[in-house]
Design a protein around this ligand. Sequence first.
Ligand code: BES
Ligand code: ZN
Ligand code: ZN
Length: 493
Amino acid sequence: MKITFKNKDIASVKTDVQIILLEKKPSIKKFVGENDIEALEESGFFKESGDSFYVSSSKRLYLKLKDFDTEEIKVAAAKAYSALKNFSFKSAKVEVCGDVQLFCAAFTEGFILGGYSFDWYKSEKKDSQLKSIHITAVLPKKSATTEQKLNETIEASIVVSQSVNFVRDIVNSAPDDATPIQVATIAEKVAKDEGFECKAYDEKFLKSESMGAFLSVARASAHPPRLVHMSYKPKGAATPAKRIVLIGKGLTYDSGGLSLKPADYMVTMKADKAGACATIGIMQAAAKLNLNVEIHGFLGLCENMIGGNAYKPDDILKAKNGKTIEVRNTDAEGRLVLADVLCFAQEYFKKAAKPFDYMVDMATLTGACVVAVGEYTSGVMGHNEKLKKLLLSSAEEAGDLMAPLPFNKHLRKLIKSEIADISNCSSSRYGGAITAAMFLDEFIYDENKQKWAHLDIAGPAYVEKAWDYNPHGASGTPVRTMIEFLKKMQKGN
Ligand code: BES
Ligand code: ZN
Ligand code: ZN
């Protein structure tokens, strides 16, 4: 699909169909093509029923929006895609509504994200016939922007949206098609294609690095674990504006282990690798956009399974930083894997004497986070208020929903252990997202406390119903947020 901006009057651009966005106001009828009024009137379009209506005589698809807000435009573009999928049109055009730059970016993103469907396992695939979309506006003579700049905006939107869809594909893949080794191979391929470094480490290496917590979680699986380190440095730039570390939870399947999940809760646990998959997608998009930021992505990839050699509740594990952990629930495995990966990443930069600016981990960590903020929102945690605000504003700009969850000293007591340094499970059901983050905090070195933030993406990473421009299944969050965040880093924020 080709999406382009044309500095032309819409009437002079010839396509098979026209998409018309209308703001739902009393004056809505004023903007409708004269001959279409009757058809739209009869369909009840101007009243409450339906958001879209196609008038075949004029080959126009009308969409009703609350206002021309960025998110509304994305949703409308997604609806336009679904409506047009059923026709055999090859080309479409749409006129800019509101700010031209914002419209080009939002419409493109909504169209590509809304056009995603996961059909790998379907015998019959339904492909859209649409090949090209023209976004049009007549730019004023003294316009600050140009046709070329707007096409660059569209290109950037395409890059990010395609990476989101790429992440959706990996997360949606069946667990037997996305084992730790297979996901590591995907990371290696992305790095090779984009021209940056990637190393995948096996069990032997994990042992040599004393990553006892990670190894214990991985032990009962037939699929061996992998620790992946992807490192992107901007091409040609003298000094990158910032050095950013991303950490992704990559449980390619979470059965719960011996603290086995009930059958209903186990379904969808292929999505427990969403943090690692998002890390791959973020690095792919950042490289394609040639962002002037050095980015290191660390993925903790393994499966949490059962078996005679499975780790058990009551086991005491030793993490890379020497801390001992009492296992009280093998289903709280993500924090065990992340504990070691966080330590590994921090050690790496310490040894290399390369201080990083920020470290953000992304993890489908707790059901408690979903209970706290709902399934469409991620939780943002950490000690640094400025960093959390940067992430929250990036989410807002990108269209992801995120909410801060505050630490407090009372909750910290709940992960104390009588016999080890810390327990992997809180003694209370309440505040589970925060106590999980506080567990991770035990593995953040003092000098890095202000550099770290944790994103619990358990809710929106995978939703079993379509919402806005997100399909059933994986959403690809938080790729868009993190690209906005990296752009802020590039600006030196
Ligand atoms: N992977 C799950 C968290 C999860 C739940 C992700 C729902 C996506 C949707 C995690 O490993 C887990 O099982 N956490 C437990 C922790 C508990 C045992 C302390 C949970 O949330 O119940
Ligand atoms: Zn679990
Ligand atoms: Zn998990």
